[in-house]
Design a protein around this ligand. Sequence first.
Ligand code: ZN
Length: 338
Amino acid sequence: MKYILTVSLFTICLLDSTILKSQQINQKEKLQCDCLQSKIRFDNSSLEKIVIHPEEILNNPDSFWISDSAYQLVKLWHQRVSLPIPMDQWKTWIQSFKDISVEEREKNSQLIASRNMLKKEKEFNEKAVLYLCSFLPKDCPINTTIYFTTAIMASGFQMGNSIVIYGANSDKDNLFIHELFHQGFDRYKPINLEKGSKNFTLNQIYNDLQNEGMATYVGYRALYEFPNYDPDPKRDDYGFLQDTLIFERLHDLLNTVLKKVPSLLETEKGQKELQDTLWQIGSMDRAYYVIGCYMAKVIDEKLGRQALVETISTGPQSFLHKYNSLVDDKLKVFDIFE
Ligand SMILES: [Zn+2]
């Protein structure tokens, strides 16, 4: 497994450095593979276009969806979550920007927040890179653009090497930390099982738990330096973490579904039910975020940061086993692999 990881990282680094002379390659690779060389860029051109020039977009919506960098990703997000693009509704959202005067458009709060964030790009990089790298393998750089846009259905999402943030969240620096952690985490995909196999599905479930859990933990720990956290009350992961009743309920829900996984995987109907249940409990009810965050917190506090970071390269089973070895039976997360 380690061998595969080393090769894939090496390939990523090599691709970017082929233009360099051979004696420079080693140093260049080293630099590009250093987490501290991560670069985070902000881009609000999509939001500017929608708020300031909505008539141009409405004149040719198809061209906007094809040419706008943020909207290219929004289209992919709709495919990923199997949600059709509500084109008629979307046009009414854009129309609402057209209906106001040019002076009013300049006062749009989403636009102002994004412009302010753009001014802080350098300062954000200095703080965020150092912080994020303390939770990632040291050769795991993040090179990403955070696009600010509006009139979309997601509050924020990560797609490939990019992040898209809904305009109203342009100043939510704590949310960026969560999404940026995913970028680093995704660089390490230790799962090398055949897609569609039973073990792939099992690994994927625990991978989602670890990925969302660690990203939530990294955001939670960042509250002091990146305090702008203002979630929908239904998604108040940090609050849920400290609410014993909610925490216990989520823990029970997660373990109940995990116990049912082997039997559900037996049939096609069961697989569909599993997918729906995991989406509901893991994502909508927030079990992946809250329970996964607690797991990361326990490992970090009891075994130290290095042990937590190691679980990124050793994979979701090791994250699960490390956590379960540190807690009482009633707090354990059900282990399907046992
Ligand atoms: Zn996330």
